[in-house]
Design a protein around this ligand. Structure first.
Ligand SMILES: [Zn+2]
Length: 212
């Protein structure tokens, strides 16, 4: 007999935006407690440097992957995690991130596409950025301070996610991952080299997948 689904009622607002600011504490805990934390892939691992496959099966396996991603994100103390950061070649990312109004956002999105902003609305923010796949390194990187991503939820329903400030940065950073780009690929040669040096000199606080 099929079990009735009581939790995980994913909802969108009138404009089609994922409601990702309600019950954050409980939703994040539910995901991560069902999931198993996995080690994080780091720069140089081929899975991070190519476009991931589209999600086509919105099934229990995808739900379990999302649970594992939340568990891994928590272990590594990240604010966002793309599937290829735990070695899975699929376009899905999760996030648990504060925006610049101090509002927490928790969610998952499949097949994300960044929406183009009208040039007049593009305000660049050059805050520091880091990545679990480039452990212990940080660099300033200018990105628009507002972002909208459209894709699908874990059931395949069309959704959009929007955010400002640090959360906008997260949405852009995680979408980049799924197309094979790390934030260091957007840095100048010199800043990229410096970030890689910071990584070589540091020790990650979480388990990573060794590169061959
Ligand atoms: Zn990253």
């Amino acid at each position: 007999m099929a079990q009735q689904e009581t939790d995980e009622q994913i909802s969108v607002d009138d404009e089609g935006f994922l409601v990702d600011t309600e019950d954050c504490e409980a939703r994040e805990a539910a995901y991560r407690e069902r999931g198993t934390s996995r080690p994080i892939t780091v720069v140089g691992n081929p899975v991070l440097h190519k476009e991931c496959a589209d999600v086509t099966a919105f099934d229990g396996e995808l739900a379990r992957l999302i649970d594992d991603m939340f568990a891994s994100q928590r272990t590594a103390e990240g604010v966002g995690l793309a599937a290829n950061q735990i070695g899975v070649d699929l376009k899905v990312f999760v996030y648990d991130c504060m925006d610049d109004d101090g509002v927490r956002h928790v969610g998952a999105i499949c097949n994300p596409v960044l929406e183009e902003l009208p040039p007049a609305e593009r305000v660049l923010d050059d805050a520091n950025e880091g990545c679990l796949s480039v452990p212990t390194a940080y660099a300033g990187l200018a990105r628009p301070d507002y972002a909208v991503v459209r894709g699908q939820d874990a059931k395949g329903n069309p959704v959009r996610v929007r955010g400002n400030g640090y959360f906008a940065r997260c949405l852009q950073h995680e979408t980049d991952h799924l197309y094979g780009y790390l934030y260091i690929d957007r840095l100048s040669k010199r800043d990229r080299k410096d970030a890689l040096r910071q990584m070589d000199e540091g020790t990650p606080r979480y388990e990573v997948v060794p590169n061959d």
